[in-house]
Design a protein around this ligand. Structure first.
Ligand code: ZN
Ligand code: ZN
Ligand code: ZN
Length: 98
């Protein structure tokens, strides 16, 4: 029997960030966009999902950077990209991909 299929290459990180322990099974609280921007009526560029509580915030390229603000205000450093097709994670404390 031939099994020529290679395991799909999932981007795995080599770093082991201590904040990864804060990751919970979350559901996006505002799947339609940045929670604060939806309230304020402001624009965002990309979205980040807080992996501790499910907060959806906008990225550092967005004018108001709500994902970063949430990470520091709530103490939830680990986010995941909320963009379709993107699955990387980022730690706002260590400023690195995790
Ligand atoms: Zn970290
Ligand atoms: Zn925002
Ligand atoms: Zn959070």
């Amino acid at each position: 029997m031939r099994s020529g299929s290679e395991t799909a290459s999932t981007p795995t990180s080599t770093v082991s960030d201590p904040h990864l322990s804060m990751i919970r099974r979350v559901h996006p609280r505002t799947p339609n966009g940045c929670e604060e921007c939806l309230l304020l009526g402001t624009e965002w560029v990309h979205l980040r999902l807080c992996l501790t509580c499910g907060h959806v915030g906008c990225c550092d390229s967005s004018p108001l950077r709500h994902a970063r603000a949430h990470a520091h205000a709530a103490g939830h450093p680990i986010v995941r990209s909320f963009e379709p097709g993107e699955s990387w994670r980022w730690c706002y404390v260590d400023e690195q991909y995790v």
